[in-house]
Design a protein around this ligand. Structure first.
Ligand code: MG
Length: 308
């Protein structure tokens, strides 16, 4: 008999996490456990208010979809095993993840960058009145690869001005400079700055990709936006068919969803899978990080297990 158990879990951020849209102290996620005989599978949702989601909507969807799973999970197991074989990815080629520095004063952000020196790649959240000062302060203390993310906060004009000013500080790329639906703005920015532009809020599902071609250099894929591993795979293939670079990112998530995403990183150019590194009460263990490099577990399936 198939048993589905979904429960909310509050992941506690080690320090408040600020981006241009606001500040977060916890992430209210939902963990799903599916048991059939002695087989247990785990899944996770990190609902985002920006996308109209909450733990309540996630739980309601699980209740709605649970009836469609049927009584025989073995079909799903077959599909997953087949998928694993099709994936055939080399775990040695798992990407290195960036470590995110949320918005704070330039001095505090430089301090956090210094404290994160075990990570060779930093993702700096911008979208403030002192963006240039932030990057300058971090560059003074860090030689890490730096990526910046404005989370839609800039106007196209402001983005062009700021990105040109940031360019001399050795920035790898800029994520989502302008609002999600301003595709003309994205193109205007891309055509007038020397750094690659990666979409995030503009690239939610596979349908979004074709209209972004020519407007961005690459897309950030997240399981929490697109719906999981199968859909993320489809997005990777569609993006590659359009010559786009691919990044795989995350929300604030436990080791369940982070590990699930890490398994696809041998296929991508950039990984930003640090959601579990930013919390201090992760109920699960899975992927680990060594000098920034994602180390995939070799246990079956996702390879995650509840923390002892
Ligand atoms: Mg982003």
């Amino acid at each position: 008999m198939l048993h589905i158990d979904a429960k909310p879990v509050d992941l506690r951020l080690s320090t408040p996490f600020r981006i241009s849209r606001g500040v977060q102290y916890t992430s209210s996620n939902v963990i799903v456990q599916i048991t059939y005989g002695d087989i247990t599978g785990y899944g996770e949702a990190s609902p985002t208010e920006y996308y109209g989601e909450s733990p309540e909507t996630a739980l309601a969807c699980i209740a709605l979809f649970a009836g469609n799973l049927g009584d025989d999970p073995f079909l799903i197991e077959d599909i997953l095993q087949k998928l694993d074989k099709i994936l055939g990815l080399n775990p040695e080629r798992a990407a290195s993840t960036s470590f995110t520095i949320g918005i704070d004063t330039p001095g505090e952000m430089a301090k956090k960058a210094l404290a994160a020196k075990e990570y060779p790649i930093l993702k700096i959240k911008l979208g403030t009145r002192h963006d240039l000062e932030i990057v300058k302060a971090i560059r003074e203390v860090s030689t890490a690869t730096i990526r910046v993310d404005a989370n839609s906060a800039w106007t196209p004009k402001e983005a062009i001005h700021k990105i040109n000013a940031l360019a001399p500080y050795n920035i790898e790329f800029v994520e989502q400079p302008v609002p999600a639906h301003d595709l003309a703005g994205l193109k205007l920015v891309r055509d007038n700055v020397p750094l690659p532009i990666i979409s995030d809020e503009s690239s939610v599902t596979v349908d979004d990709i074709p209209r972004l071609v020519g407007h961005v250099d690459g897309i950030n894929i997240k399981y929490m936006k697109c719906g999981g591993i199968n859909r993320a795979l489809k997005m990777i293939h569609v993006a590659r068919a359009h010559n786009l670079r691919v990044m795989i990112g995350c929300m604030i998530e436990s080791a369940i969803a982070i590990t699930a995403a890490a398994h696809l990183t041998p296929l991508v150019d950039y990984a930003d899978l640090d959601g579990n590194l930013l919390i201090d009460n992760d109920p699960f263990v899975g992927v680990t990080v060594k000098n920034g490099k994602l180390i995939l577990p070799d246990a079956p399936g996702l390879g995650v297990k509840p923390r002892a």
